[in-house]
Ligand binder design. Structure first.
Ligand SMILES: O=c1ccn([C@@H]2O[C@H](COP(=O)(O)OP(=O)(O)O[C@H]3O[C@H](CO)[C@@H](O)[C@H](O)[C@H]3O)[C@@H](O)[C@H]2O)c(=O)[nH]1
Ligand SMILES: [Mn+2]
Length: 738
């Protein structure tokens, strides 16, 4: 099969990796064919209804259903591209020693981004850093760069402490062959307790206490500073230093050429960077931070491999770098492989994952579909890049502004030499990118709030391939938001970013199609998430309003068209369920997942859609609103119990209240008609079913509106506004539909 290599490397060497088409692919194909016939039949029905429409009302209703079904059909079609060549990969790191000596391993630069010490507690960022610093990899080949867009002395202090703790933690991990190298995760696990472990634990607790204390007080008090050298580090935080306006701060906390751990082994480099920020300069959020990291790391270490991590994504497997070498060490793969992405997996989700925070389709199911085409896309964190990918297409390399930024340049001066530090400051400066093609053709691409998806899309268009690597032991774990407001704000940001991608001049519908048809379908499936809000909203209100006015808008139960509707609905839902369960999901999680799909459609997708339109008209602008990773005990408790967290009034809750009420009323009305033996029951069956389905989905909303008294209940204001608006559309609907 073209494009799919059965195995790798030279003929006699043992394989480093394999790839296989999944067994379900032929079934997917057959089902897709049958289903497309059903979709065509449905459009025939709509066209016929439109043609025979006799009144304005029926034209309006048919058109609404037609538009909804067009949106659904479009999303279904694009999704098929991701069902056609789903693959499963395996790696054999155990064969690595037959083709490469440990001494010859390539260097790796790890990037960790953080942006706000209050939303992203520095202790957690430190834990993430420690987990990768402790990789089973030659330490002198490992560098960890932390980018702090919050420009916070608190975060800097945390890393000063981390550097000291690392010299105990790293040898402890390797000596005891520990798998959980994030200290927090380790001490929360079922570890074997020994005097040594208890000492390390006390050290960890001490470090954590100091960092938390500093964060709580909001400043680094003198008592925490132990030397003049340390004091000097903080001297940059003058009164004029603010988050949006400050010079570059670069601090090398550990230097792998000099610093040793308590067992006398090398420690990896640990570098803190807060790039220059000026109000007059655009900083491009995370994409800008990553590009600054690419340049600063180039000047200091220039490793050919880069791992990009969010501050909450810690390593769960110390062997991960060796696993990716199975690809990067394969010459055939290396020539065109731009990056290797691991799935985003999360710790701390509740039992049934009420907010569908796993995003199984996005992070686990679809990537294997992309992977059979050109490769999984980048998800912002847990991606290993070849440095070369940021400098042009596989065949033509773009020359950087300075020779030292060239991905093949060999750094020949010590990291902390004057010259290197001066150059690092220069490339981290906010004017450096002016009149260059950083963000346009080089590095992470600007112009979309989902810099990850957008960048990988552009790289795939350039001809780079990638790999989706999904080993049995998860390589990384991250955190998902646990309050509904956070969930929705995150989703809204994503939708705005995705729309920025699909309406750019590089849209997958135009530019993308010319470069790679099937991949572009996949990217459109992702990029057009927002349009789901159209059918979801129409199906949440229109059939119900019609039902309340005794107006049948779907086929009668006895009509053959009824079967078509049943097939389309059940077919989509059952296929989705099967995909979900095959990806290690449970039925209950799946139910919550489809509920969240509806909730997002009614709310965050819709708000994102509107926000994007307002941005395009120049009425507003969107920023990268960082998701909070701080824990609130009360909130965590409610989340553990599986309760939805509404709490603070938000306009995004209003459509949920409206849909919940509208469907409750229409369902109740439908039931009472059934009891009374109404005449038109056969014609209204689908509408009554839809109402019942929405009522079942709205359970958490009713619960939050009437049954709960805790702080996470639905705010009274939202209930009142939602009820009033439901009443308004009911009256308006009755007026029109009568
Ligand atoms: O100006 C900024 C804003 C954010 N970040 C960092 O970006 C990361 C992701 O931010 P988060 O608030 O956690 O966003 P999520 O929506 O959870 O992140 C997902 O979506 C983002 C795109 O919207 C990707 O960048 C992320 O990698 C991906 O995990 C965090 O480490 C932040 O510190 C910055 O460095 N600078
Ligand atoms: Mn995140």
């Amino acid at each position: 099969m073209e494009g799919l290599r059965e195995s790798s490397t030279t003929a006699n060497a043992p394989p480093l990796h394999t790839v296989q088409l999944m067994r379900r692919v032929p079934f997917n194909l057959v089902f897709a064919l049958v289903y497309s016939v059903a979709i065509l039949a449905l459009f025939y029905l709509h066209a016929r209804n439109l043609y025979y429409s006799t009144s304005l009302v029926s034209v309006f209703i048919t058109l609404s259903l037609l538009i909804s079904d067009l949106a659904l059909a479009f999303m279904w079609t694009t999704a098929q591209a991701l069902h056609l060549r789903q693959v499963r990969r395996k790696q054999f790191p155990e064969n690595l020693n037959k083709v490469i000596e440990r001494n010859d391993y390539p260097s790796i630069d790890v990037f960790i981004c953080t942006a706000d010490p209050y939303k992203e507690p520095p202790v957690s960022v430190v834990n993430t850093a420690l987990s990768v610093m402790a990789y089973d990899y030659p330490r002198e080949k490992l560098s960890v760069y932390v980018s702090d867009d919050g420009g916070s002395a608190l975060t800097l202090f945390a890393f000063m402490e981390a550097a000291k703790f690392a010299s105990h933690w790293l040898p402890f991990c390797s000596k005891n062959n520990i798998k959980e190298r994030n200290p927090k995760a380790f001490f929360e696990s079922n570890y074997y307790s020994s005097p040594e472990t208890e000492i390390i634990k006390t050290m960890y607790e001490c470090m954590k206490g100091r960092v938390e204390n500093v964060v709580e007080r909001g400043k680094v008090e003198d008592e925490y500073i132990t030397s003049d050298k340390e004091r000097e580090v903080f001297s940059k935080w003058t009164d004029k230093f603010t988050r949006q306006n400050h010079p570059t701060v670069i601090q090398v906390f550990l230097d792998n050429s000099k610093d040793k751990d308590i067992a006398g082994h090398h420690l990896p480099n640990l570098v803190y960077l807060s790039r220059e920020k000026r109000k007059v300069c655009q900083h491009h959020f995370k994409a800008g931070a990553l590009n600054a990291l690419i340049r600063v790391s180039a000047v200091m270490t220039n490793a050919p491999i880069i791992l990009s991590l969010d501050c909450d994504t810690y390593s769960n497997d110390p062997q991960t770098p060796e696993r990716i070498l199975c690809y990067f060490w394969d010459p055939e793969v290396r020539a065109t492989c731009g990056f290797i992405q691991f799935p985003q997996l999360f710790k701390g989700l509740n039992k049934t994952d009420i907010y569908a925070g796993q995003f199984k389709r996005l992070f686990q199911i679809h990537p294997s579909g992309f992977d059979g085409l050109m490769g999984g896309n980048f998800y912002g964190t847990g991606g290993f890049f070849s440095r070369r990918v940021f400098f042009g297409t596989p065949s033509t390399m773009l020359t950087p502004e300075l020779p030292q930024l060239n991905p093949y340049y060999v750094v020949n001066k010590p990291t902390q030499s004057q010259e290197i530090l001066a150059l690092a400051h220069q490339v981290a400066g906010c004017h450096f990118e002016k009149d260059t093609d950083w963000g346009i053709k080089k590095g992470f691409r600007y112009g979309s709030l989902v810099e990850d998806t957008y960048t990988s899309y552009r790289l795939h268009c350039e001809g780079w391939r990638s790999v989706f690597c999904n080993p049995e032991r998860p390589a990384f774990y991250g955190e998902a938001p646990i309050s509904l407001t956070d969930v929705m704000n995150q989703q809204r940001r994503w939708v705005v970013g995705l729309l920025e991608m699909v309406f750019s001049k590089y849209s997958p519908l135009t530019f993308g199609l010319r470069h790679n048809g099937l991949m572009s379908h996949g990217y459109s499936q992702l990029g057009f998430w927002a349009i789901w809000s159209i059918p979801i909203t129409i199906y949440a209100f229109l059939p119900q309003l019609a039902l309340l006015n005794n107006l049948s808008i779907f086929p009668q139960v006895k009509s053959p068209w009824f079967l078509l509707y049943a097939f389309i609905f059940l077919g989509a839902y059952i296929q989705d369920l099967i995909d979900f369960v095959l990806a290690n999901g449970t039925v209950h999680m799946w139910w919550n997942d489809q509920r969240m799909w509806n909730i997002r459609g009614l709310s965050s997708f819709m708000f994102g859609f509107v926000e994007f339109i307002l941005n395009s008209l120049g009425i507003s602008t969107s920023g990268f609103n960082v998701t909070s990773k701080a824990v609130d005990d009360e909130l965590s408790k409610r989340y553990e119990q599986g309760l939805f967290e509404f709490g603070v009034a938000s306009p995004m809750f209003v459509p949920l209240v409206m849909a919940a009420l509208m469907n409750l009323v229409s369902f109740a009305w439908g039931l009472s008609e059934i009891v009374k033996g109404g005449r038109n029951m056969e014609g209204l069956a689908i509408q009554i079913f839809l109402s019942a389905f929405a009522v079942a989905n709205s359970w958490p909303v009713y619960e939050a509106m009437v049954l709960r008294s805790d702080n996470g209940k639905m705010p009274a204001k939202t209930c009142v506004i939602g009820t009033a608006l439901t009443w308004v559309i009911y009256v308006a609907g009755s007026f029109i539909l009568k």
